[in-house]
Ligand binder design. Sequence first.
Ligand code: HEC
Length: 162
Amino acid sequence: MKALFLVLTLTTAMSTSTAASAGGAAVDYPHGYRNWTHVKSLILEPGHPLYGAFGGLHHIYANDRAMKGYKSGKFPDGAVIVFDLLEVERGGNAIAEGPRKIVGVMQRDARRFRDTGGWGYEGFVQGDPKQRAVGDQAKAACHGCHAEQAAKTGYVFSAWRE
Ligand code: HEC
């Protein structure tokens, strides 16, 4: 009985990890996002509690489907939102964009990403499609905070302004 339990547990663990890698649950790289709609920008300065992970200057971009979500409150499958995080360079009483740190992505697909509220989360280091920072850690690393603090707005924090 004990052995059967072990086998079942292992099989479950294995099929879960296979599903994450081969089952299509990986977030797509958001090619062309710099041509999408710019939603907003924000600078997180040293001293902010999220500075370690998200410090710097970020711009948020939304594709057409995500724009429908921002305006209606309901994000349809295919909606993609990008959190483009850059370093900050100060000098001459100006704050300028520095090198890219990471391209954070939320991709909406209620079926593929059902474990994380219908959103897939990924971070591409320095914007490199091959360097994934999140992988199968999306629940703990990303969705936990979005689910808890942005529950009333479909897990999306930012809002559209005219
Ligand atoms: C501790 C809370 C927290 C965690 C953890 C977190 N985020 Fe966010 N995220 C935020 C907040 C707050 C904003 C809104 C920023 C703004 O308004 O400029 C945001 C915005 C975003 C956006 C733009 C859409 C939106 O919700 O406004 C994306 C994309 C995003 N995060 C991806 C990620 C990814 C990928 C991870 C995991 C690596 C992650 N986030 C982890 C708090 C969090």
